[in-house]
Design a protein around this ligand. Structure first.
Ligand code: GDP
Length: 407
């Protein structure tokens, strides 16, 4: 590292530190240097201009990571994890990205490929030297390899569902009749749990979706911003709209006013939770009437009924415990797991599983061993494509075009 100044036309532009990375020990494995200047848009822009004026070339999106990949320092999974880390919205997402960058998934796939290759080598010997008296490979051995690999691949493929939730959040709709306490609930959740909120455009033009992380559980709240911000909007949200929102959701939080007698609309809302993952809240317990009866009614529709006061923040922390319980087994048990978050990787895994099934069928139908070998080889190719053993230019360009500039 050298301390010095950036000078342009005899004028000092900034005081900087320049780090020099000698090949191959750099991000790209090539000679590199990094300039640390003072922060701020203007000064950085000025230094960039000076570099360009003196012969530097601006990097394409993803060019650094692409070079790291093409020069063999990282594989394709690791390159893709760099994008995931940059775009991560929750800590768990970052952690998964880092794990992949560290090679967790790559190593797992390497292990699977080695299992396959161990058997494939023997098959090849059998095919290539039939005239020699080589020991014939037992079909049993091929079969147990296939079963073992299938189990591992299926587990990885299934992890995509968790990955999806991790990336996109559990699609959650908060529904209830006007004045039931939706806005108060949202405020209570956001404040109590110091949730991280990221607003972004919803999938339809009139909905807004928010990403909220409650006790590490990522939720994508549908249309809640509209409900929260504009009081009039509440009145506009009719049953039809609530229905539509409920249909789209992975999780419904239905909230009922404990202080008033329920009308037809309340029962319509209650009917929407049927057959859905849901949490039903009996709100305003501080002023509620006839609590036991109301609770009994709610329990007929859902096993997850919680008595709360959104205004006084009673029972709020129980909500995240319930969500955890609802999604734990299948989807949000994310710690220390290898998770596939990438659709390209998942599709290739599915293709590998497909070819594996073909190999299995061929084997069970007593077909010749070279036919089985064809499917096993295809499966190896699919797995190789995930890590990018011999990728096409098209795929490389597609992947790196998703990068932001300069990384
Ligand atoms: P929304 O129309 O469903 O969004 O309902 P709001 O959250 O705007 O609440 C409607 C009214 O009920 C407001 O005056 C709130 O202060 C009140 N409210 C909400 N939750 C409670 C509660 O737990 N106890 C009491 N006493 N009032 C509440």
């Amino acid at each position: 590292m050298k301390y010095g100044h950036i000078i342009d036309e005899d004028k000092i532009i900034d005081e900087v530190i320049v780090s020099y990375f000698k090949e191959p020990k750099s991000y790209t494995t090539e000679n590199m240097c990094e300039i640390n200047s003072h922060g701020g848009v203007l000064i950085v822009k000025k230094i960039l201009e000076i570099c360009l004026k003196n012969g530097a070339k601006l990097a394409e999106p993803g060019e650094f990571t692409k070079k790291a990949f093409l020069n063999g320092r990282i594989d394709l999974i690791q390159a893709e994890s760099v994008i995931d880390i940059i775009n991560a919205k929750s800590e768990k997402e970052v952690k998964t990205g880092i794990n992949q960058l560290e090679g967790f998934l790559s190593n797992k796939l390497k292990e699977i490929k080695e299992d396959i290759l161990d058997v494939m080598v023997k098959i090849d010997v059998n095919i290539d030297y039939p005239e020699y008296d080589v020991e014939e490979i037992e079909k049993q051995e091929i079969h147990s390899m296939l079963l073992n690999v299938k189990e591992k691949l299926k587990k990885l493929e299934k992890s995509f569902d968790s990955g999806k939730i991790l990336k996109e959040g559990i699609k959650t709709a908060i529904i209830g009749t006007p004045n039931a306490g939706k806005s108060s609930l949202l405020n209570a959740i956001l404040r109590e749990d110091r949730a991280i909120v990221t607003e972004y455009e919803g999938t339809t033009r009139d909905t807004i979706e928010e990403f909220v992380s409650i006790n590490g559980i990522p939720l994508k709240l549908i249309d809640t911003a509209g409900i929260r911000n504009a009081k009039d909007e509440v009145e506009k949200i009719g049953i039809e709209k609530a229905k539509k929102i409920a249909q789209e959701a992975d999780l419904i939080i239905a909230i009922f006013d404990g202080a008033k007698d329920w009308k037809k609309d309340d029962y319509l809302i209650l009917n929407m939770v049927k057959g859905k993952k849901s949490i039903v809240l009996l709100n305003k317990i501080d002023i509620a009437k006839d609590i036991e009866n109301k609770e009994r009614v709610l329990r007929k529709y859902s096993n997850n009924v919680i008595k709360i006061s959104a205004l006084h923040k009673i029972g709020i922390e129980e909500i995240s415990d319930y969500i955890k319980k609802l999604f734990e087994e299948e989807e949000i048990n994310l710690d220390n797991e290898i998770i596939v978050t990438n659709i390209r990787q998942k599709n290739l895994m599915q293709q590998a599983i497909q070819n594996l099934s073909e190999a299995e069928n061929t084997l069970l139908n007593n077909m010749p061993i070279d036919i089985i070998a064809i499917f096993i080889n295809k499966m190896l190719e699919n797995l190789g494509e995930i890590t990018g053993d011999s990728p096409s230019e098209e795929i490389i360009n597609e992947i790196f075009s998703k990068f932001c500039l300069g990384k």
